[in-house]
Design a protein around this ligand. Structure first.
Ligand SMILES: [Fe+2]
Ligand SMILES: [Fe+2]
Length: 161
């Protein structure tokens, strides 16, 4: 694995988490995503796992956009476990997350596309960029791991933040 590229990814991840600390992103700490993992932990795990995938396969990507998109991919700001919301949550939350994120932050087109398409194939259109495909995969891997309560190993390296 390219050590320098991995370290760059982790450095960017830390910078972006720090930048989000004074925003509504921290509300994600109050929402459970899957199992006993908070939405805050989930988003950081997805960002971290996306970096690992990109570095492992030596993919030429925009690291900062990928990290920002993954941290905000589930920025829908509600508890999806509510009975009425739950059924259609999978289909609707990418659009809601993107609307919230573009309201609260300045996002480039890559970041917006990542958020809007991260649930593909539940969303009709696939991601337009490599960064979006990576997050689509990382999100499914992390969600499965969390649902099966297989631990949060991908969250651990950054949990001190
Ligand atoms: Fe999601
Ligand atoms: Fe997610």
């Amino acid at each position: 694995m390219n050590r320098a590229k991995l370290e760059e990814g982790i450095r960017i991840l830390h910078e972006e988490i720090r930048a989000l600390k004074t925003t509504r992103f921290v509300e994600n700490k109050d929402f459970v995503q899957h199992g006993n993992t908070s939405l805050y932990q989930h988003c950081i795990s997805v960002a971290y796992r996306s970096i690992i995938i990109a570095v492992k396969f030596n993919l030429n990507i925009d690291m900062r956009s990928m990290v920002r998109g993954s941290l905000l991919h589930d920025y829908y700001l509600y508890d999806w476990h509510n009975k009425e919301i739950r059924e259609l949550h999978g289909f609707h939350h990418p659009r809601i997350a993107c609307e919230n994120a573009t309201r609260d932050f300045q996002l480039n087109p890559v970041e917006q596309d990542i958020i809007r398409k991260h649930m593909f194939p539940l969303t009709p259109k696939p991601p337009m960029h490599k960064e979006g495909w990576i997050i689509c995969i990382a999100d499914k891997l992390c969600s499965t791991q969390e649902t099966l309560k297989m631990g949060t190993s991908f969250w651990k390296p950054v949990e001190f933040f």
